[in-house]
Design a protein around this ligand. Structure first.
Ligand SMILES: [Zn+2]
Length: 190
């Protein structure tokens, strides 16, 4: 074995630990598992899903379509459920998987921590994700989310940044904007 190939062999595992994006093969293997986990989790909690109208928030209806607020529901919970990504072959998301989040959105359902359930801005943030899921489709959302996490980390991943930016505008001022249009424009400028 030449010294050069010894070095190459030592380096190879490092490259596999942290590639720039989720490889198509990794995604192909993990996607059905994540999808099945989401279906199972949502089915288990559907009995706890509550209509957003039940919170009587004054501002949400100014930003989101009536239909969206009627079909999306939230599930109050002590700790939001995260998919076991390491067990699904995506070990480098272990830190994300163990994160303590205020909310997490799967399709048109979002889990929200009991401690922040009365905070309108948290609902606003998760509703931005509901629109992202809807516009990108489940496969498109998960691919974009995983790649964004990998490349930029949680807060700067494009789908999170979009939700945080919209949430900041919502908190900062009373200027009304169409949330769905905001998401559609940001997605098309990617
Ligand atoms: Zn978010």
């Amino acid at each position: 074995m030449s010294p050069l190939s010894a070095v190459a062999q030592q380096r190879a595992p490092l490259v596999q630990i942290r590639p720039v994006v989720v490889t198509p093969e990794e995604f192909r293997v993990a996607y059905p598992k994540v999808q099945a986990w989401i279906q199972k989790t949502l089915a288990a909690y559907e009995k706890d899903a509550q209509p957003i109208a039940s919170m009587h928030f004054a501002r949400l209806p100014l930003y989101f379509d009536y239909d969206l607020l009627e079909t999306a529901k939230f599930i109050p919970i002590d700790q939001v459920p995260m998919p076991p990504l390491s067990a699904m072959g995506l070990a480098r998301f272990a830190i994300f998987e163990q994160g303590d989040f205020h909310g997490v959105t799967y399709l048109d359902r979002y889990f929200i921590k009991q401690t922040v359930v009365t905070e309108e801005a948290v609902h606003f943030h998760e509703l931005i994700h509901v629109i992202q899921w809807r516009l990108l489709g489940p496969e498109g959302f998960l691919r974009a989310y995983a790649n964004g996490l990998d490349e930029f980390g949680y807060e700067n991943s494009p789908l999170e940044k979009m939700a945080y930016d919209a949430e900041a505008s919502f908190k900062r001022s009373s200027a009304i904007f169409d949330a769905e249009k905001f998401v559609a424009e940001r997605l098309s400028s990617r």
